[in-house]
Design a protein around this ligand. Sequence first.
Ligand code: ADP
Length: 642
Amino acid sequence: MKPPGSHRGLTWGIPLGLFLLLGLGVELLLQQYGLRQQHATQQRLLAHANEVRAVLLGELNATLHLATGMASYIQARDGKIDAQEIQPWLQGLFRHGRHIRNIGLAPDNRISFLYPILGNESVLGLYYPDIPSQWPSVQRVIASGKPGLDGPLPLIQGGQGLVYRIPVFLPGDQYWGIVSTVIDFDSLFGQAQGVARQREIAVELKRADNDRQAAVTHDHDRVTLTLPLTMTDSSWDLYAQDLQPEKALPLWLRPAGWAMALATSLLVGLALLSQQRQTALLTALNRSQSQFMQAFELAPQGMALIDTSGRFKVVNQTLCQLLQAPAEQLLQHTITGLCPDNEREQTLEHLAAIIQGSTRSWTQHLFDSQQQPIAVECSAALLGYMDDVEVCILHIHDARERQRLQRLQNEFTASVSHELRTPLTAIAGSLGLINGGALGEVPQAMRGMLEIAQGNSLRLQELINDLLDMDKLLAGKMRFEPRTQPLWPLLEQAIAHNQPYAEQHRVALQLLGPPTRLTVEIDEKRLGQVLANLLSNAAKFSPPGGVVQLTMQQQNDQVRVNVSDQGPGIADDFKPRLFSKFSQADATDTRQKGGTGLGLAISKELIERMDGKIGFDSIEGQGSTFWIELPISTAPPQSATP
Ligand code: ADP
């Protein structure tokens, strides 16, 4: 078995691992989200920057094409250009180029034609080799034979300009001069910036040394895009920056993600813990179940689990041995199916009582496989559910040996009592005669001793009579002469007969009315014996000056007779033994109050033989009410046989 600590380690290790894993997942998702945001921003910036670049390139190209047109014109005219003719040309070209500051022709490198002249007067007549800021790039253009774009550079006439120069060669590679177009950089770039502003980006154009790739840089929360822009031989970098700050992750997203990871891990942890507890409980349950089944199987008493109909569900070895039948055979029976017909109803009553929740003990017979009845003592209690069926645990004890011993004991008691009764009657009679003075006056010195001897012989007689009564009852030899008769007169009689005894204890006996005509079928002598026992007990245990009340009431088809006293009541721990033989609440009762402890046991037997019931209600310290219930007879009263 694993030590419990390793389970606990695993229970918390898994959620911890899960927490870290989920946390990692949260971080990855956040990173992905950030990257996607960044990508979207870059894409937007790229699209807008391209738009601006297109504007720039478009404007430049349009202007440059105009200059190219002029170069072609010069070539077509073989370099011979007419000042009158060229002026409207230049004017026309100028009007088409939106950002052209001026357009000029420099045959043999001297700027001789210019449009517009207004504002550019200082340029007219300039000779390129004399302008050190421009001559190297003019030379480069001439040497390459290809047009070149220069700038932005400060213009002689003021402002910044981009200068596009086309070297014009006449047929035979004869150099003619330069056609130059000055583009107003501020105006051109102003237009581009206007577009950029609309798109919420900022742009800047810088000269670059060589061709470069587009690049993205991040500065804090701003993204800057560098876009290469190449025109003829010149390279620029268009820097574009998003004016909108890069969208940062919502602040709550990370804590929320981690909180969810934590909550999920805790839930998983709790689920694991509860599953572990459940498993532990289940294991403990299984263990105790198997221990129970082992104890059940090996019990030296017959044991069975039965359902509410009395069917055997599980039986142990001892029961199989007792009934001499294999378990499979017993499992096909109900307990009522194995008992004699006359006990079946009683058994069903006991079963019904268990089902209602009370534990029960009873004796009955069960047939073994040879159809021999075996006396058994059963006790049963509700156990719970087994496979969705309510079951009771039944304990079946072989009562034959105990009954045999009981029989022997009864026989012994009966024969001893018989043997003792005759001499005891003679002794008691003789002592009575002596004490009564029939043999002459008893000497004073002997009187006390003789009275004690007579009292004890009378008590012994009482005990012997009780023992013989009990023996007769148990052996079924007690004669009953039942007769239907009114009950009330019998109660009056009982009061009258027991009055002297009650008076000895200074207790009053009262019969409370009203008188009724209810009749019962009983043996009046035996009923008198029971009432005498109840009344004498009540008087005996009442305090001097107390009252014992005898009442009678009808309850459906029964009549109940109550004997209520103001005595000490019955202690709770004595209640279950009250009707057992020789039982007295206090062992000193015999000496103090007299009695044998047999009176109630005999009364119970007598009343049950007359189809009645006997019982009591008592709260310790608050008196007792002993009652008997007898079935009301509807037959006409019978007169006594003489
Ligand atoms: P006994 O002959 O000793 O009275 P019983 O069987 O009549 O024998 O009574 C048994 C015991 O029950 C008594 O010894 C006494 O302890 C108790 N008992 C019976 N009746 C009463 C009562 N009315 N009040 C208190 N205790 C009683």
